[in-house]
Ligand binder design. Structure first.
Ligand SMILES: Cc1cc2nc3c(=O)[nH]c(=O)nc-3n(C[C@H](O)[C@H](O)[C@H](O)COP(=O)(O)OP(=O)(O)OC[C@H]3O[C@@H](n4cnc5c(N)ncnc54)[C@H](O)[C@@H]3O)c2cc1C
Length: 462
């Protein structure tokens, strides 16, 4: 039976390709990577490209791309919408360097797809950051001011008419445009990376969860029917990393959900959304949406449901209630498409950090245990940067160690059960505040105060 979390993208991408066999018995490798998503696979590829003799094994509990990488909105964004947070985290010079690296990654992913024949529908249609209620007009002003202060020319200010024209709906009242961003069919990209990694000699074991690993050398990872001894370990487990005691308080795992319409290329042409733009609104529970190569709309929303202790399980896979919340935004923004049926709905977990910037580094300060987590809903493009940094950390490259996102100690989230209970209260307040704003009513002061406790979002708003 097909797993319920298989997204539209994964259904398209998996085809009949047989899975790589689970690990059986005792194995050895120079580097073991836990997780076969974008982060694990880019790291594996980078390691092999830099050192072809390096023996790399990837352990994946599901199939490669079965996690967030095969379920996301496929919006390939830079870190420019997070410039203010980056400056606060690692200083202006490093923030600008990382912003430029993330923008270059968008192009590099397209070039990689071309070079390796990965048919991931890469399209450089840009990113439209919009306001869909008067309260959100200018949400980008802080980021644009930071860009200007640091000599970054990332966004174009568009007239309200132009925003409505490009997005295909007057529900978009204002916005700015980043022409560098792209969209992909993310599962095809993940499966393409898997193919390239295998071709480079990376060994991949699917249906192979790492059950536990030693912290001290000799490193050993246990799986249900085998074990791997390795010199170094890379933790690229995204939301599942919240199960590790050392990383538990660095992450809050929240839901994000997507609905996809039937193919409607003629209707998209009618409303004028034909440029391939990826769009977000400016809600805290952000809506993100794009068109697909076959003329669907894939419309996602950060629905922000949480579980106790961040356990992933199946809670984030698919939920009718969260799909309905997501569909409500789609219908509100595109009322002229009210008759268009939805064909799929799915969800996935987001590994959110307090700043919504990723955390890379050494687990417990150990050189042999490297992690890259906390992509916070913007990992399709940035994971390309992350793979390079993680490979650099494994190879002992001082440049990687100097990266401003490495070995930082952010303020952790509060411990359980306060985190779980607090997250429910904050989510309810955010919903109340955003309902009021969407209806163009002033939100209640208490809702605004409590909503302000939510972790930073995909973009630095305000
Ligand atoms: C619904 C949704 C929409 C999103 N939309 C966007 C978007 O439009 N743009 C964007 O940039 N980002 C988006 N994201 C975020 C983006 O998908 C991720 O940041 C990105 O895929 C990060 O890749 P990863 O390798 O860290 O995670 P994953 O792809 O989740 O990889 C981690 C892997 O580790 C495996 N794993 C977990 N535990 C173990 C274990 N014990 N042993 C072995 N393997 C294990 C998992 O099965 C998984 O395959 C979205 C995420 C979701 C869920």
């Amino acid at each position: 039976m097909e797993a319920p979390h298989r997204s539209l993208w994964l259904r398209e991408a998996l085809g009949d390709a047989p899975p790589e066999p689970p690990l059986e018995g005792a194995a050895q490798a120079d580097v073991a990577i836990l997780g076969g998503g974008f982060v694990g696979l880019w790291t594996a590829i980078e390691l092999k490209q830099r050192d072809p003799a390096c023996d790399v094994v990837v352990l994946e509990r599901d199939v490669c791309g079965g996690g967030a990488s095969g379920r996301n909105g496929g919006m390939v964004l830079s870190w420019w919408p997070k410039l203010s947070s980056l400056v606060a985290r690692c200083g202006a010079e490093e923030a600008v360097r990382l912003g430029r690296a993330s923008a270059a990654a968008v192009d590099a992913i397209g070039a990689f797809c071309d070079e390796h024949g990965i048919a991931a529908d890469y399209r450089r249609g840009g990113f439209l950051w919009t306001a869909t209620t008067p309260a959100h007009v200018g949400a980008w002003d802080g980021v644009l001011a930071a860009c200007e202060a640091h000599g970054v020319d990332a966004f174009e200010r568009l007239s309200p008419e132009e925003v409505a024209r490009r997005s295909g709906s007057p529900a978009h009242l204002a916005g700015v445009f980043d022409p560098v961003a792209a969209t992909v069919q993310p599962a095809r990209l993940a499966r393409g990376l898997r193919r390239v990694a295998l071709g480079l000699g990376v060994r991949i074991h699917e249906a192979t969860p790492a059950l536990r690993f030693t912290r001290e050398r000799p490193l050993r990872v246990d799986t249900p029917r085998g074990s791997v001894r390795a010199e170094k370990l890379v933790i690229a487990m995204n939301a599942w990393a919240a199960e590790l005691p050392e990383l538990r308080r660095a992450l809050v795992v929240v839901s994000s959900d997507i609905v996809a319409t039937a193919p409607i290329p003629d209707r998209l042409a009618e409303i004028g959304w034909t440029g391939g733009e990826g769009i977000t609104d400016s809600h805290m529970m952000v809506a993100y949406y794009r068109t697909t190569a076959d003329g669907r709309i894939a419309f996602g929303k950060g629905t922000a449901a949480v579980t106790f202790r961040g356990r992933v399980g199946t809670a984030f896979d698919r939920s009718d209630a969260r799909a309905a919340m997501t569909e409500a935004d789609l219908r509100r923004y595109y009322p002229m498409l009210a008759d268009v049926p939805l064909e799929q709905a799915w969800g996935g977990p987001i590994d959110r950090t307090p700043t919504s910037l990723p955390m890379l580094g050494h687990l417990g300060g150990r050189d042999h245990l490297v992690y890259g987590i906390g992509w916070s809903g913007n990992g399709v493009g940035p994971s390309h940067v992350g793979g390079k940094v993680l490979a650099g950390l494994v190879l002992g490259d001082p440049e990687a160690r100097a990266c401003g996102l490495v070995d930082q100690e952010p303020d952790p989230f509060v411990p359980e059960p306060a985190r779980y209970l607090g997250a429910q209260v904050v989510r309810a307040a955010v919903i109340r505040k955003e309902h009021a704003e969407a209806a163009n009513r002033p939100p209640r002061k208490l809702a605004v105060k409590v909503a302000a406790l939510a972790p930073a979002g995909l973009e630095d708003k305000g």
